[in-house]
Design a protein around this ligand. Sequence first.
Ligand SMILES: [Zn+2]
Ligand SMILES: [Zn+2]
Length: 151
Amino acid sequence: MILIGKCACGSVNYKIKDKPLFTQACHCNNCKISTGSSFVIHTMIFEDDFELNGNVESTLLPTGSGKGYRAYFCNNCGVYLYCKYNIAKSRIAIRTATLDKPLTPQAHIFVKDKDPWIEIINKDICHEAMYDRETTWPKESLRRLSEKENN
Ligand SMILES: [Zn+2]
Ligand SMILES: [Zn+2]
């Protein structure tokens, strides 16, 4: 399985060479600022599966945990393509809408901050804040993650 994506001007593109781990929409206030919109959709993948072509710049931004994350942007058009959380060593989060074929979120998080005019049809995948990964991610993704982290 190979997924491909790109920025708005096309000078940066990327490939994901294996199946993503999880896709989630976040409705928190930080994500609203960083997208200039109502939510972000992130697809978690292994950094080893990511192949980038083109020039990106990055900056360190704060997270709730205080550890921070590094966001990566096309150095021409400024589109924010992916980020790396300092607490997640082997993984990066792709901005799902930059994929040629966007993926459907498997969870919505920080629904407590969701804009009131958005109605999410599938209530079963809504979480007031963060979820517990062990009970939310598919078994296969949990297995792949534990294999990666224990190697
Ligand atoms: Zn660009
Ligand atoms: Zn968020």
